[in-house]
Design a protein around this ligand. Structure first.
Ligand SMILES: C[S@@+](CC[C@H](N)C(=O)[O-])C[C@H]1O[C@@H](n2cnc3c(N)ncnc32)[C@H](O)[C@@H]1O
Length: 253
């Protein structure tokens, strides 16, 4: 799995039509959620930061953000991007199933956004990650997870998911995924980036493969309750995918 994101790291921004705009918008939307749910909270931990979409966005909003990701390639790029954006961001490589062992506690809010949790392929592994996130928090701290709404996705094989066309530095990129479900709960997918040099006509195809656990939002909520969180709910946000918010019991210091 980390190989998938290592290979994807240089191209990752192309998934977004306008990655800098996504950084800003997602930062603003998550800041609004955090400001309402856990007012005064400043110390944030992103346990699946990738190249930094939410971590940089939230740092731009003035939060003190610590970030990590399983993929060493994504971590290197997140550091470079944070430097480019001029924000302070402590970034390191870590499996979220070891988040507390790696980062320790004391965070006001812990995040894992853009469908990262379903890369863990069993309820047991997701529960381990959620318990580690729980341990990273102060009492009364918040957990924010965003996932794809798999209840709305058709099951089947050879399913093509178009992501569109991007133009960058004289090249045209055509992006799409192909999904093959294995039963109702798991699917293997390939992410294709067809890169065409507009001057020479040369074409190169990048294809990266991984697997997802297509669990429902309700199942994520149930696992968060099992990990010890309270007030687990689907948050009302303008975020582009379902956001689940929850709180670690106890009075906030
Ligand atoms: C779809 S990307 C989202 C990245 C980032 N949140 C963003 O929106 O740009 C999913 C991320 O989850 C990370 N990931 C998957 N499994 C992980 C694990 N066990 N621990 C930490 N990160 C993991 C991947 O390396 C990848 O960067």
């Amino acid at each position: 799995m980390s190989r998938f994101y290592d290979d994807l790291a240089p191209l990752y921004h192309l998934i977004h039509e306008d990655w800098p705009a996504s950084v800003r918008t997602q930062g603003e939307q998550l800041a609004s959620l955090i400001g309402t749910g856990w007012p005064g909270g400043r110390r944030l931990l992103d346990v699946s930061c990738g190249i930094g979409t939410q971590a940089i966005g939230l740092a731009l909003q003035g939060y003190d953000v610590t970030a990590s990701d399983l993929s060493a390639g994504a971590v290197v790029r997140a550091r470079e991007e944070a430097h480019r954006w001029g924000v302070g961001l402590a970034v390191s490589a870590c499996d979220m199933r070891r988040a507390h062992a790696h980062h320790g506690g004391g965070f006001d809010v812990v995040l894992s956004c853009d469908n990262s949790l379903p890369h863990l392929l069993s309820d047991d592994d997701i529960l381990i990650a959620l318990r580690q996130m729980f341990d990273c928090l102060v009492d009364g701290g918040g957990c924010v997870v965003s996932v794809r709404d798999y209840a709305r996705e058709t099951r089947g094989r050879h399913l093509v998911k178009p992501y569109g066309v991007r133009l960058e530095a004289g090249k045209r990129y055509l992006l799409f995924q192909v999904w093959d479900f294995d039963g109702d709960d798991f699917y293997d997918f390939t992410f294709f980036f067809v890169e065409e040099d507009l001057a020479s006509g040369a074409v190169a195809t990048h294809a990266m493969r991984s697997r997802y656990y297509a669990l429902s939002v309700e199942r994520v909520c149930a696992l968060m309750r099992e990990a010890g969180f309270e007030n687990v709910h689907r948050a009302q946000t303008a975020f582009y995918q379902p956001v689940i918010a929850a709180t670690k019991p106890g009075p906030r210091r």
